[in-house]
Design a protein around this ligand. Sequence first.
Ligand code: IMP
Ligand code: MG
Length: 178
Amino acid sequence: MMQDIKAVFYSQEQIQQKVQEIGRQISEDYKDKKLMLVSVLKGSVLFMADLMRAVTIPCEIDFMSVSSYGNDTNSSGRVRILKDLDRDIEGYDLIIVEDILDSGKTLSYLKNILQTRNPASIRICTLLEKPERKNAEIFADYSGFDVPNEFVVGYGLDYAQKYRNLPFIGVLKEEVYQ
Ligand code: IMP
Ligand code: MG
């Protein structure tokens, strides 16, 4: 896998440090709340697994799966629920845990759906954000790192379902995308 990597943007250590910071902040902000972390599969699994361990207050977790990308590197704008939450979220203070906020279409759609189920609150926590996106419909309440407007992989993020198991965030060589 390593021979496909052009550059590393954020190392394992940098990611761990950032995740600890976010976990600490969430633990403070949600002290007296009914916290539920909702991970959006599959990209956020690594982030979720580390973040929930960095949260020091009681919390529940659940998972959702939506499709927004095929094997392509451009957002289709079409979002489909592949797996819904197992639980009723009424009265819960939700944090949606995402890998990356790009156009924001996926999260905007998700947030609207979840809002109709009467949670006490909904916030967004994303590990990565592409700051160049112009027509953002949604903003992150907790955000780890900015990445340039390139297609990144690793730490859960895939290209054509591969590279999720890289422990760092990086970018692939051009020839891999061809
Ligand atoms: P959005 O709807 O454009 O915000 O796209 C969000 C989803 O697209 C993310 O949850 C990722 O699964 C995927 N995505 C967007 N940019 C990248 C990237 O650079 N690498 C890997 N996946 C990405
Ligand atoms: Mg995703």
